[in-house]
Write a protein that binds this ligand. Structure first.
Ligand SMILES: NC(=O)C1=CN([C@@H]2O[C@H](COP(=O)(O)OP(=O)(O)OC[C@H]3O[C@@H](n4cnc5c(N)ncnc54)[C@H](OP(=O)(O)O)[C@@H]3O)[C@@H](O)[C@H]2O)C=CC1
Ligand SMILES: O=C1O[C@H](COP(=O)(O)O)[C@@H](O)[C@H](O)[C@H]1O
Length: 520
């Protein structure tokens, strides 16, 4: 039976839309024909919370056509197709969307999913998977070799090498008639420079770089994708974006919950490997890199590598680590764990544009709020005749989440008869400005990029290497117990020493001014 999402929604979408011709290689192959999406680790947390919901959203918007697409879940757990569908279903249905058409779409989508059980290092399971995929391709009248196979590894990295080997030897597209095989791998890509290099080497022997998509979901966030546009399409910012005008830049990630259910994983990695070395560093690249020759993925990634190579070694006195009280109560966390759940790390970029400007990367779990933002603080106005220095500096804040927004903190005349000044803002809040527009989920966007063969928002091998080069010495000092995290109370701002470091780095807090996201 052929199922399709509501026709009205499909009509409104141009499926051949490409984000911009210059984003794609001139010789990229046409993206059509039978498509098999295989989610490995389908029984896991990421798969049910992010991967399948993202596929569902793509399906609902008409980007995954039932006439072309089949979705396979693969894992060791012995469950039926329907068991997997039941696990996924509740992550697709939200209270406000429980309309009958939504529920219908959910059921139709779930029917596209088939489950195959097998281990991650056993040929039997992967042969069976290949057989199932091939049967689906034949059923869709796909010419051998013209079909597309996308493997999404929602798995712990320890099994990447064996899984990739199995895919390479048992599940590849037979020949090349415009079809392809692509593999999406999740972070963390290794634990330090040498383990990451070893993983890259192992994967590199099995697949070429064009087939490997190292996903960092921060690169799929709307306001992260906006960074290059903001910087390079606006004359307003071009002349200001340098050490002459900018005093310091903060890139901040806060979560108001702890490691909840992921303590075992987290304790092995810690906040620097979980958030800073990847998500925040990727954002730093887009904030600090030079203008690429064009929007071609390789040009953008070349510039990211260049700026990363200019980062100086991290100094211990520019690091504050924290661990929230109660973290070690988790039975999966070691009683004497030295793992930081909070870190502020200052990076310094040794180049003409950024010499002397601290990039303050801050991330923490179990803090007082959940938000992620880039805060660019400008220098004081020279020869200030309004004595407004005390009030605060200009800041450009790019709020990645929640309530996506860009706003600039300005000093303006306080309305009224007196000539006095006040802090205010110019505010582009997406909820207000783009009413009725649904901002896509990061995973949705990145999976679509993978299907289209656009690697712009994925991490290249050399980029990953430099990212690990920056953090590995510091991580080893922490692993060896040479640096210790300070305790902080859950629900606080983190250790006070972090705020002191911020002030030492030059950040001037504006007291008595808080930006409140406007509501409709
Ligand atoms: N969860 C999240 O929010 C995020 C996760 N990630 C990354 O995504 C990947 C998957 O994460 P997540 O879904 O949370 O992981 P899970 O721990 O839920 O693992 C996914 C699946 O892998 C199998 N598995 C688990 N442990 C092992 C093991 N030691 N050896 C072999 N198989 C194992 C299990 O399936 P079975 O036993 O059925 O085979 C499990 O259902 C990881 O790399 C993670 O770092 C990245 C960003 C966010
Ligand atoms: O990669 C990860 O990201 C999530 C936070 O993602 P967000 O999109 O909600 O900001 C974090 O909770 C998790 O620890 C980390 O592995």
């Amino acid at each position: 039976m052929n199922v399709s999402p509501s026709a009205s929604r499909i009509e409104s979408i141009d499926r051949n839309y490409s984000r911009s011709e210059s984003f794609l290689d001139a010789n990229s192959v046409p993206e059509q024909g039978c498509l098999s999406i295989v989610v490995l680790g389908a029984s896991g947390d990421l798969a049910k919370k992010k991967t399948f919901p993202a596929l569902f959203n793509l399906y609902r918007q008409g980007f995954l056509q039932p006439s072309e697409v089949h979705i396979f879940g693969y894992a060791r757990t012995k469950i039926s197709d329907d068991d997997l569908r039941d696990r996924i279903r509740r992550h697709l249905v939200h209270g406000k969307e429980a309309s009958s058409s939504h529920s219908e779409d959910v059921e139709k989508f779930l029917q596209l999913i088939k489950y195959v059980s097998g281990s991650y290092d056993d040929e039997g399971g992967f042969r069976l998977l290949d057989k199932e995929i091939s049967e689906h391709e034949v059923a869709k009248n796909s010419q051998e070799g013209s079909s597309r196979r996308l493997f999404y590894l929602a798995l712990p990295p320890s099994v990447y090498p064996s899984v990739c080997k199995m895919i390479r030897y048992h599940c590849m597209n037979r020949s090349d008639l415009g079809g392809w095989t692509r593999v999406v791998v999740e972070k963390p890509f290794g634990k330090d420079l040498s383990s990451a290099e070893e993983l890259s080497l192992q994967l590199g022997e099995l697949f070429n770089e064009k087939q490997i998509y190292r996903i960092d979901h921060y690169l799929g966030k709307e306001l992260v994708q906006n960074l290059l546009v903001l910087r390079f399409a606006n004359r307003l910012f071009l002349p200001l974006w340098n050490r002459d005008n900018i005093d310091n830049i903060q890139i901040v990630f806060r979560e108001d919950f702890g490691t909840e259910g992921r303590g075992g994983y987290f304790d092995e990695y810690g906040i620097i490997r979980d958030i800073i070395q990847n998500h925040l560093l990727q954002v730093l690249c887009l904030v600090a890199m030079e203008k690429p020759v064009s929007l071609k993925p390789e040009y953008i990634r070349d510039e990211k590598v260049k700026v990363l190579k200019s980062v100086l070694p991290v100094e211990d006195d520019e690091v504050v680590l924290g661990q929230y009280e109660g973290y070690r109560d988790d039975p999966t966390v070691a009683d004497n764990s030295n793992t930081p759940t909070f870190a502020t790390v200052i990076l310094r970029i040794h180049n003409e544009r950024w010499e002397g400007v601290p990039f303050i990367l801050k991330a923490g779990k179990a803090l007082n709020s959940r938000k992620a933002e880039v805060r660019v603080q400008f220098k004081d106005v020279p020869g200030d005749i309004f004595k407004s220095k005390k009030l605060g500096r200009n800041e450009l804040v790019i709020r990645l989440q929640p309530s996506e927004a860009m706003y600039t903190k300005l000093t303006v005349k306080k309305p009224g008869l007196e000539m006095s000044t006040i802090q205010s803002e110019m505010d582009l809040s997406y909820g207000m400005r783009y009413q009725g527009v649904t901002i896509p989920e990061a995973y949705e966007r990145l999976i679509l990029d993978t299907i289209r063969g656009d690697q712009q928002h994925f991490v290249r091998r050399d980029e990953l290497k430099v990212a690990w080069e920056i953090f590995t010495p510091l991580l080893h000092r922490i692993d060896d117990g040479k640096l210790k995290p300070l305790p902080y109370k859950p629900g606080s701002r983190g250790p006070v020493e972090a705020d002191e470091l911020l002030a030492k780095a030059g950040y001037v807090q504006t007291h008595g001014y808080i930006w409140i996201p406007p509501t409709l």
